[in-house]
Design a protein around this ligand. Sequence first.
Ligand code: HEC
Ligand code: HEC
Length: 328
Amino acid sequence: MFKKALISILILLLVFNLYRMVFVKNDQHSNELLNASINKDTSAWVGPSHYQIPLATQKNGSLIQYGYELIAHTALYLGPKGTVQHSTNGMNCQNCHLEAGTKPWGLNYGSVFATYPKFRERSGSIESIYKRVNDCMERSLNGKALDTNSKEMKAIYAYIQWLGSDVTKGKKVKGSGIEILPYLKEAANPTQGKIVYLQNCQKCHGANGAGAMDTTGKMYLYPPLWGMHSYNDAAGIFQLSKLAGFIKNNMPNGINYHTPTLSNQEAWDVAAYINAQPRPSKDKSKDWPVLATKPVDYPFGPYADTFSSAQHQFGPFEPIAMAKKNKQ
Ligand code: HEC
Ligand code: HEC
């Protein structure tokens, strides 16, 4: 009798522990996924669709339409086989500014027209929309700046203006730019990130991160993540927090901020793996003229603090952020 009861208790304990091993770890993961959508108390701003661009017969209609085309299919005009000039690496603005800058937390352009010109610490100057567009030309597209008076620049400006024309001046709409994820306690881990990459990203972006062209050979079907045709090391997305935030809400391609599939940890780790791979380099000596304004995750010294470059590259970022705050 006593023996039977003891065996039953032991079996119960075993089952309970097995349950914990299988489900509780997964639970943490799903809570994290859930939080990502609950924390945002209101839903996001979505810009007008390109189908709503004014007709060619209306004021600026064709200029806005051309601006949309340049954002969505940049390579066809400015890429290595472009029809206007060959001044970029072949990526499209839309590869990062998803759905031509209208996807929430997909590097959305919603607040651009309302908040520029504005002072930016990276250049230490007041930047116009033209300057900001050219920043991405020279860094994200590893290319040459457009002439401010060119039809192309005027068209991109007209499109961005049209997109943000219903946003109150000075206001940042929900869903613009990238969502910055909470910092990890530990440094992000590129070795773990490689495993995430192989399982979730490689099938489109390729084993060597080079992406793949579409059948015309003029534009990417899957854009490169590293290597000579990718963004250079002066690009905003070379900061780990920006890449991790972009990936969490947008990749694997097709998901959105309501339906992330990676945990925050996985997003940080895969971002660390990607940004540890080789890519073009750009002169950065004039960036961040005031050292103390360098972001915590900016991997190039000199710094106003004593943390190592490695910690500025992979974290943990919390101690750097705390030290920065205490100095102010
Ligand atoms: C490799 C990814 C990538 C590509 C390609 C790219 N950008 Fe960007 N862009 C970024 C990142 C990252 C930021 C910074 C966003 C932030 O800090 O919130 C940014 C910011 C901007 C901003 C300012 C947004 C804001 O809300 O302040 C504009 C305008 C812009 N990009 C235009 C362009 C244009 C035009 C192109 C194509 C010529 C382009 N970008 C291509 C990654 C990219
Ligand atoms: C189903 C194919 C697919 C998968 C899987 C996928 N991506 Fe992408 N990715 C794309 C496409 C397509 C784009 C460009 C989107 C566009 O132009 O609309 C993109 C764009 C990107 C960009 C911005 C552009 C660039 O080249 O720098 C990053 C970063 C990125 N993906 C990272 C990832 C990561 C990390 C994973 C795995 C977690 C992943 N992707 C999984 C198809 C995919």
